[in-house]
Write a new protein. Structure first.
Ligand code: ADP
Ligand code: MG
Length: 267
């Protein structure tokens, strides 16, 4: 998180200030119902580029649904997404092309890793680049090995998920997401299926990604993660955003809903 008056690299100094701040991912009026239940009640949110946004909120507040709406794993009932190339209505019918266009922008990392059990770590990381992005296999494997090294698994390329710890599996899943080179990485409780020690390995990888100024959106119950890694905290309740600000603002807010949540989670 560079401050505005920090010394600039020579190349950046040639750019006007505004050009250095890319357009955020913008969500407008995202609404999602399941039968009579309103899971998201018209959410407006700007997700800053190059920053880590942490989504917090009680169970059932709509965090997963919101992440899933960003890459259309759930189809919103109404709303628009804008990845910086113009607003895309995502409420009604969408052409397959529009759906693909939206999905190319983001990749999700799930709580339960969702690796293919019959493929090695390398096979998991190369599958989509080869099949979907049509990257030549040799090139995809070379980048996959780099990504596995980046998440601390250089020596596990040939291991199957069943022979990896949960923390290792989740790091393979992160390498797999990175291989898609998405603008935005979405994480839905990436450490909550893991013992604390294994969770710490995954948090270290996430902290590295955050330090590289990638655009991350992370749903978590971990206040220590939010404290350590978040640039911004968004608090949801009943499908609405209750608070959107700095971690400092979240941790010091006297709003009874936030206080209650902090007390329960920290207990
Ligand atoms: P969170 O991730 O914050 O715990 P969710 O986004 O999973 O919350 O869920 C928000 C609300 O929507 C909850 O009441 C949940 O029961 C409901 N919900 C989520 N997914 C479905 C679904 N596929 N079918 C029916 N209800 C759902
Ligand atoms: Mg959830």
């Amino acid at each position: 998180s560079a401050s505005a008056d920090a010394p600039r690299a020579t190349g950046a100094a040639l750019q006007p200030d505004r050009a250095a701040v890319p357009a955020p991912l913008t969500l407008r009026g995202i609404r999602k119902t399941f039968g009579s239940l309103t899971a998201l009640d018209g959410v407006d949110l700007d997700i800053p580029r190059g920053r880590t946004t942490v989504l917090l909120g009680p169970s059932g507040s709509g965090k997963s649904t919101l992440l899933r709406c960003i890459n259309l794993l759930e189809r919103p009932d109404a709303g628009e997404l804008d990845f910086g190339d113009g607003p895309i209505p995502v409420g009604g019918r969408m052409s397959d092309r529009t759906v693909r266009r939206v999905r190319e922008h983001s990749t999700m990392v799930f709580q339960q890793f969702n690796l293919f059990p019959h493929l090695t770590a390398l096979g998991n990381v190369t599958l989509a680049p080869v099949e979907q992005r049509r990257i030549p296999r040799a090139q995809a494997e070379a980048s996959a090995r780099e990504l596995l090294a980046k998440v601390g698994l250089a020596d596990k390329a040939d291991a199957y998920p069943g022979n990896l710890s949960g923390g290792q599996q989740q790091r393979v899943a992160i390498a797999r997401a990175l291989a898609m080179e998405p603008d935005v990485l979405l994480f839905d409780e990436p450490t909550s299926a893991l013992d604390p020690e294994l969770a710490a390995e995954v948090v270290a990888v996430l902290a590295d990604l955050a330090a590289e100024n990638r655009t991350l959106v992370v749903v978590t119950h971990s206040l220590s993660f939010a404290r350590r890694v978040a640039d911004r905290v968004v608090f949801l309740e009943d499908g609405r955003i209750v608070q959107d600000g700095t971690p400092e603002e979240f941790f010091t807010s006297e709003d009874p809903r936030l206080r209650r949540f902090r007390d329960v989670v920290e207990a």
